[in-house]
Design a protein around this ligand. Structure first.
Ligand code: MN
Length: 226
């Protein structure tokens, strides 16, 4: 139910983004991540795991370590947890078409009940990411029902950078947190990908042979693979 909007906006036959799948809340630490997304307009997608989905906000200017910066964070549709490892290119013409970079990842810890905070319009939490750490707030502003505008604000703590010290932060961290690639490298890797070889009769025969060999070793493998 919670991922219906995610599903509706995407043509899973045309984008490499993960399909929605079943929602399952996980035990243990909650994941946090940011994806830098060069779509119609460059933005940073800020995501927090809760109840088996990734709550999502698009932060146009990106996060700031300066507590006096209030960064507009537009709430977007919940994403599947599997989206948290996606880095690549969404085809032009598809929803969100453009390059996606995994910019930060780690865990988050809500202060108090996060569901009550979401409802109230104020989430306070601690981030333990590769690039963002310490205490943060997300605060909802007045708006219409179609578009929820929030503000992402760094709390004053040892991880904050005051005044001019915060200014170069996004430029200093222009590379993927997982692969070290630049946006250009991610985009051109996609273009360089060889197209799948057409399935010739020999390919099909070879694949069937491989599958039946696997089935002998691992009964039931066919169902898993389909
Ligand atoms: Mn986005």
């Amino acid at each position: 139910m919670a991922l219906e909007e995610y599903r509706r906006k995407r043509d899973c036959g045309k984008t490499a983004e993960p399909p929605p799948g079943a929602i399952k809340a996980r035990k243990g630490e909650l994941s946090y991540l940011i994806q830098k997304h060069d779509a119609t307009r460059l933005h940073y997608d800020f995501r927090l795991e809760l109840d088996g989905v990734l709550l999502s906000w698009a932060v146009t200017k990106g996060p700031s370590l300066n507590p006096s910066d209030k960064r507009l964070a537009v709430r977007t549709e919940d994403h599947p947890l599997s989206y948290g490892t996606f880095e690549g290119t969404i085809p032009k013409g598809q929803y969100g078409g453009g390059t996606v970079m995994l910019w930060d990842e780690g865990t988050w810890e809500p202060k108090g009940d996060p569901k009550a905070g979401l409802k109230k319009g104020h989430l306070s939490f601690t981030l333990q990411g590769g690039r963002l750490k310490g205490d943060w707030d997300l605060i909802r502003m007045h708006g219409d029902e179609k578009k929820e505008n929030w503000l992402l604000i760094k709390a004053k703590d040892a991880e904050a950078r005051e005044n001019g010290l915060a200014s170069g932060f996004l430029d200093e961290n222009a590379f993927s947190i997982t692969t070290g690639r630049s946006m250009d490298a991610i985009a051109s890797a996609e273009k360089a990908k060889p197209r799948k070889a057409p399935r010739s009769a020999t390919n099909v025969a070879a694949a069937q042979e491989e599958l039946s060999a696997l089935e002998k070793r691992y009964p039931g493998v066919q169902q898993i693979g389909r």
